[in-house]
Design a binder for this molecule. Sequence first.
Ligand SMILES: Cc1cc2nc3c(=O)[nH]c(=O)nc-3n(C[C@H](O)[C@H](O)[C@H](O)COP(=O)(O)O)c2cc1C
Length: 214
Amino acid sequence: MISPNDFIQELIINKSPTSQVLGIGGSPRKGGNSDILLQYIIKGVTENEINAASLHLRDFDYQGCLGCEMCRKDKICTRLKDGMSLIYPQIIKSRGLVLVCPTHNYNITAWMKAFIDRLYCFYDFDNSRPRGWSSRLAGQGRKAVLAAICEQENTEDMGFTLDAMRLPLTALGFEIIGELPVFSIFDKAKVKGEKTILDEATKLGSSLAESLQS
Ligand SMILES: Cc1cc2nc3c(=O)[nH]c(=O)nc-3n(C[C@H](O)[C@H](O)[C@H](O)COP(=O)(O)O)c2cc1C
């Protein structure tokens, strides 16, 4: 049987992501607001005849990046063999990406932060200081949409949540097609009763799907 690392290497060499979408939820709360938003975004994707799958980071055991730099040579994280080994192939082969995350202390959750840090293995660096860099995920027509949800009413209270997803994804070579910030929702699954927000989430998914069709 092919090992996960060989499988990942094969996908990297193959280098052509397909027009499918991977949705990733960053909330530790099962059945909570982010889960529902993700579900509606994915609905918008699939209604437009684009295949989609989704996962929740809380269901995977993985660590943050150790900065060991083994990925400089191996082109994927080979130091840690953990839940990310299951997620990497899905990222590599999906041209569309959806990230949904609640605000925790003005920022993304620890799960989402560790996940994004583990995408460090997709960078190539040169030997200057500071190092010049490029992303092996760039130039492949990759597109993403983002959603964030928080309890408070103002952009300031959502803090860096959207920035903390947008900046790294843009650096990795994703074009951000749209973003949905959702305010004033605290209770578990409360967003389920907010038709306007759910419609916006579906629309966001549709716009991602349309961008992948062109
Ligand atoms: C540890 C923690 C930190 C939070 N920090 C913030 C915050 O800084 N600003 C805010 O508006 N809401 C904050 N919230 C509220 C959540 O963002 C809000 O309840 C959200 O709807 C949770 O989404 P979920 O059900 O997908 O987990 C925090 C919640 C938790 C558990």
